[in-house]
Design a protein around this ligand. Structure first.
Ligand SMILES: [Zn+2]
Length: 215
C-alpha cells in the first residue's frame, strides 16, 4: 500500500513536471514573433488605406453636391494622404518580396454630416488609436524598421485627420460655399489647414515646403 502510494506520488510529480515543460514550451514559442505577422499587417494596412482613399473621393463629390465646398476640399486632402500611406505600405511590402493586395469593399455614401461622423469615429480614430499602435509594436518586435516608419507616419496622420474631421463636424454650417486649400506632406501624409510655419514636417521631419496644396 505504501509502495503504491509512493509510485502514485512519484507519477504525479513527473506528470506535473511534464505539464510545466509543455506550458513553458508554449510560452517561449508565443513570445517569439512570427516572421510573417508584419507582412500581414502591412497588407491589412494597404487594404484599409485603399478603401479609405476610395471612400474619401466619393465623399468629396457628395460634399460638393450638397454645397459644402470646404468639406469637399478636406475629403480630397484626406484622400491624397491615404494614397500616400497606401504607396508607403506598398513599397515596404515589395521590399519584403511580396505584392500588395487589396479587396475594395462596397460602401454607402450618406449625407455629408454622416460621412464626416463615420470617417472620424469608425475609421480615423480607430486606426490611429488602436490598429496602427498594435502594428507598430509587432513591427518593432520583428525589428522591421521600414514597417515601423510607414505605420508611424500613418498613425500620426490618422490622428490629425480625426481632429480635422471633428472640427469640421462642429463647424459644418461655416464650410459651405467655395473650396479651400489644405496642405499634405508627400512623404508621410501629414494633413494641415495651414502650411506648417516650422520648416520641418512635424511628423516625418522633411522640409515643409514640399507640402502639396489640395483644393
Ligand atoms: Zn511629413
Amino acid at each position: 500500500m505504501a509502495t503504491f502510494r509512493k509510485i502514485t506520488v512519484l507519477s504525479l510529480i513527473l506528470l506535473t513536471a511534464g505539464l510545466l515543460v509543455v506550458v513553458a514550451g508554449d510560452v517561449s514559442s508565443a513570445a517569439k514573433p512570427s516572421v510573417n505577422k508584419t507582412l500581414q499587417n502591412l497588407q491589412s494596412g494597404f487594404e484599409g488605406e485603399s478603401n479609405a482613399h476610395n471612400r474619401y473621393v466619393a465623399f468629396a463629390q457628395k460634399a460638393d453636391q450638397e454645397g459644402y465646398g470646404e468639406v469637399a476640399s478636406l475629403f480630397r486632402a484626406l484622400a491624397r494622404a491615404e494614397e500616400i500611406h497606401m504607396n508607403n505600405h506598398a513599397e515596404v511590402i515589395r521590399k519584403m518580396g511580396a505584392e500588395p493586395q487589396a479587396t475594395l469593399a462596397k460602401f454607402f455614401t450618406q449625407s455629408t454630416q454622416k460621412n464626416i461622423e463615420s470617417s472620424a469615429n469608425k475609421f480615423e480614430f480607430y486606426e490611429g488609436d488602436k490598429i496602427y499602435p498594435r502594428f507598430i509594436v509587432q513591427a518593432r518586435a520583428e525589428e522591421n524598421t521600414d514597417a515601423v516608419r510607414t505605420f508611424e507616419y500613418a498613425r500620426a496622420a490618422e490622428l490629425q485627420h480625426f481632429k480635422l474631421l471633428t472640427a469640421a463636424l462642429k463647424n459644418l454650417e461655416h464650410m459651405r460655399g467655395k473650396s479651400r486649400t489644405y496642405y499634405v506632406c508627400p512623404t508621410c501624409g501629414a494633413t494641415s489647414e495651414q502650411q506648417p510655419i516650422h520648416e520641418m514636417c512635424p511628423i516625418c521631419g522633411k522640409p515643409a515646403d514640399a507640402y502639396e496644396k489640395v483644393n
